[in-house]
Design a protein around this ligand. Structure first.
Ligand code: AMP
Length: 288
């Protein structure tokens, strides 16, 4: 595996495979790899001739007071894990490369997708997704992948990136792969590193709460507010006060009051100790 730091080196490494029309896969990450990241790398390895992983803790998607400085980092360990997965190129640009002096451009997807859930001004706010789409557009331009891999764990992010890709005609297929969880249900996240053993135990309530909503829907509950309440109940039982619990149409995040055959995204954000955790499920129902 080659570790490259500059865009010039990256370009040099992918020039030849691109000339040979090899299929190039990109896995964008912020590092501190866990099995969720590795599953994306495996997906890319299965489908592509050349696998590029970018590792960049993108400052523009962190708000003031968020955990940019304390975000977990371990590049040596990440490089070893990526090499084991057969990654060809690990690209680790620094902030000066990505945002040189005078950088002034942003890519922004409209409010209906970016102003709700994570992007609600009460939560992380729309500047979070502006940071995400701007950096992902830059990664796409630098790597020019045929396909890019994202995790369902960040369901809204995946939707926003799909929309940006379509709207700006990036010739990139977007693959969204399932959320990888620990045995106790907790969705893997680099931020789980912040949790003490007690907090980690408490955090399992998040996936339990989402399963409670799935179970309620499976048992015939069609009221979306009732499904949201089932999630809140389970969180309350474990002493978790969520930042939000929301249920919206999984394909465009529009509001839904009643299950009507359209897939429903049920999403939670909650702070447990120092970690702000997010998780979601998509409930598929057949029309009543
Ligand atoms: P991050 O490094 O947290 O920005 O994540 C990089 C990519 O990995 C994103 O596309 C995430 O959605 C994905 N990812 C993070 N956690 C998981 C997980 N538990 N399961 C599947 N994908 C994940």
């Amino acid at each position: 595996m080659k570790i490259v730091r500059s865009k010039a080196e990256l370009r040099k490494e992918i020039a030849e495979p691109r000339r040979q029309e090899k299929r190039i896969g990109l896995v964008p990450t912020m590092g501190y790899f866990h099995d969720g990241h590795l599953s994306l790398m495996r997906g890319a390895r299965r489908d592509c001739d050349v696998v590029v992983v970018s590792l960049f803790v993108n400052p523009t998607q962190f708000g003031p007071g968020e955990d940019l400085d304390s975000y977990p980092r371990d590049e040596d360990r990440d490089a070893e894990l990526a090499a084991v997965e057969g990654v060809d190129i690990l690209w680790t640009p620094d902030a000066k490369q990505m945002y040189p002096e005078g950088f002034a451009t942003a890519v922004e997807v409209a409010n209906s997708l970016t102003g709700v859930l994570e992007g609600d001004p009460e939560n992380r706010g729309p500047s979070h997704f502006r940071g995400v789409t701007t950096v992902v557009a830059k990664l796409f331009n630098a790597v020019q992948p045929d396909v890019a891999y994202f995790g369902r764990k960040d369901a809204q992010q995946a939707l926003v990136i799909e929309r940006m890709t379509r709207d700006l005609d990036f010739p990139v297929e977007i693959e969204v792969l399932p959320t990888v969880r620990d045995e106790d249900g907790l969705a893997l996240s680099s931020r789980n590193a912040y949790l003490s053993p007690e907090e980690r135990e408490q955090a399992t309530a998040i996936s339990r709460a989402l399963r409670a909503a799935e179970r309620a829907a499976g048992a015939g509950e069609t009221s979306v507010p009732a499904l949201v309440e089932a999630v809140r109940d389970e969180l309350r039982n474990s002493g978790i006060e969520p930042e939000y619990v929301e249920a919206r149409a999984a394909e465009d995040l529009s509001p839904i009051a009643e299950l009507n055959g359209r897939p429903l995204l049920v999403a939670v954000a909650a702070r447990v100790g120092k970690a702000r955790l997010i998780d979601n499920v998509v409930i598929n129902t057949t029309e009543a």
